[in-house]
Design a protein around this ligand. Structure first.
Ligand code: MN
Length: 528
């Protein structure tokens, strides 16, 4: 009883502290970012034609910006008419940290040799927009002047040739600029550009090393920095323990208030085991403080190496993607942490989010085949939940620590979600993606004390699993419910990384063949 009383008085002391500003928000990754719009032409056309090119290009850019779909501003730059002009444009776009991508369009014919020197120095993602100012051929009035001015069908083919010849990866979007699909495709690509920007500025904090003897989570971190730009380093768990000791009660209290506002907190945690909740929130604060102090946007821990931390962090890492926009993965798996951060950035502002996921259990019942994914603690509610997550405490069979506090929920149904894995296939990284439909579970799962999601993989469980195994893809994945396959395809193209996709059209036989061809392609193509 005395112990109970002491604990209660500690709670009251904590409650008397003032709540400080809420720092549990994700930084907007699109803030201040731009995509530059470069229109190709040449001097041959004369002043009047070039004036019309600039004016009509402005109309197109304004219309795209006005859709409200594209999360960054598209900025029209002066018409490109010469090799020197193209090079200056590309140098400037490459050097400006706020420019996350470049869109090009040739309103008129722009002889493509004038693009070579500029394209060779472009370091930003490129989108080739094959659009047109007019929607319909003006059947009764079209004359030679009109055709000379409006010839993107012609100019963009010359431009496409040089891009392909130079081996420059780009997204190609075809359609009239008022076509909603055009804005949607550009929007998805700008999200991939933001993911690439985040990847290139990412610092990953690893507390401890890899889980002992696990193969797929090992890998070449130096190569990862070359390919993805992400800097992945290890900090001693002792430093995290010191950061834990340094956390002020105010911050812990603020986090607990956030728990109470967002989750159904088990009354047991608020009463007899309040210290457990306090410890869990304090661990969250320590991790976040240490990451922020070091400019990190993704974190990785390992239950085998927790030093003097009282619990394996559960609720804290679960909140990394949902509250902070940070990537997280467990057991030393920096690859999935990188993907979760990229997924969180690409999906910013959309419904759903990104989370560490792990394939756990199959339902083989005919007609109800599905996969249950989970992790022992760390799956994030950012993917969307059927009901308000419950904050609970349960024993954990491994790790030899105090019972960890964790959010328990079931992922909300969602069509066209994806799980994405990164594996290290010796001389390169391979991304494998499965398009999945998240569904309701067939039963209560009431005895399962951790977060989970159920999904029907496309094209079906057997083919999906066979292809996943064939691809050597990881048991850890990043699940995204905000952005789907197109954003990850755009990202992989920008990064120049292999992406094997399992979708509704996949057959095991063709997938095996595709992997073999892809293997040859990536060994021959050493541009990246
Ligand atoms: Mn795991």
């Amino acid at each position: 009883m005395a112990a109970q009383h002491n604990r209660q008085s500690t709670i009251n002391d904590r409650n008397n502290n003032e709540v400080k500003e809420n720092n549990m928000t994700m930084e907007n990754p699109f803030e201040g970012k731009e995509v530059w719009f470069g229109v190709g032409s040449q001097d041959l056309y004369g002043e009047e034609a070039l004036r019309q090119v600039a004016e009509q290009s402005g109309e197109i850019v304004d219309a795209l910006n006005a859709t409200g779909k594209i999360p960054v501003k598209i900025v029209l730059k002066p018409t490109l008419k010469s090799s020197d002009g193209v090079k200056a444009f590309m140098v400037e776009a490459s050097a400006n940290p706020n420019v996350i991508g470049v869109i090009t369009w040739c309103h008129t014919f722009s002889p493509a040799k004038m693009w070579i020197r500029g394209l060779e120095v472009l370091t930003k993602p490129l989108l080739q927009l094959n659009t047109q100012h007019h929607f319909e051929i003006p059947w009764e009035t079209i004359d030679m002047d009109f055709m000379n001015l409006n010839q993107a069908a012609h100019g963009d083919r010359e431009f496409g040739y040089i891009l392909t010849r130079l081996g420059i990866n780009r997204k190609i979007v075809v359609g009239h600029y008022t076509d909603p699909e055009v804005a949607e495709q550009i929007a998805t690509w700008t999200r991939a550009c933001a993911g690439w920007d985040a990847s290139n500025n990412m610092k990953v904090m690893r507390w401890g090393d890899n889980m002992r003897n696990v193969a797929v989570t090992e890998g070449d971190k130096t190569e990862a920095e070359r390919v993805f730009g992400a800097s992945i380093n290890t900090w001693a768990v002792n430093e995290l323990c010191a950061a834990y000791d340094a956390v002020k009660d105010d911050q812990v209290k603020e986090i607990i208030e956030d728990y109470k506002a967002k989750y159904d907190v088990d009354p047991e945690l608020l009463d007899a085991k309040y210290d457990s909740l306090f410890i869990a929130a304090k661990e969250e604060a320590a991790m976040v403080n240490m990451m922020r102090a070091n400019g990190c946007t993704a974190g990785v821990d390992n239950f085998e190496d927790l030093g003097s931390l009282p619990q394996l962090p559960g609720v804290g890492p679960q909140r990394f993607p949902s509250e902070y926009g940070f990537g997280f993965s467990a057991e030393g798996d920096w690859k999935t942490a990188v993907l979760v951060r990229i997924g969180a950035v690409m999906g910013y502002g959309l419904d759903g989010g990104a989370s560490l996921m792990e394939d756990y259990s199959y339902n083989f019942v005919p007609g109800r085949e599905k996969i249950m994914g989970s992790h022992m603690l760390e799956t994030s509610p950012s993917i969307g939940t059927i009901a308000k997550p419950k904050l609970e405490i349960h024993p954990l069979g491994i790790g030899g620590k105090a019972d960890p506090v964790r959010l328990v929920f079931t992922g909300a149904p969602k069509k066209d979600a994806v799980v994405v894995s990164m594996s290290d296939v010796r001389e390169r990284f391979r991304l494998t993606m499965n398009v999945v439909d998240i569904v309701e579970p067939d039963g209560s799962l009431k005895e399962l004390p951790c977060a989970r999601a159920l999904w029907v993989p496309r094209p079906n469980l057997k083919t999906s699993a066979e292809c996943w195994l064939r691809s050597g893809a990881s048991h850890h994945t990043c699940m995204t419910t905000s952005v789907g396959r197109e954003a990850w395809e755009d990202f992989a193209r920008i990064a120049g990384v292999e992406l094997a996709t399992i979708d509704e059209n996949t057959t095991a036989r063709e997938f095996e063949r595709d992997l073999e061809i892809s293997e040859m392609y990536h060994r021959l193509n050493n541009r990246h």
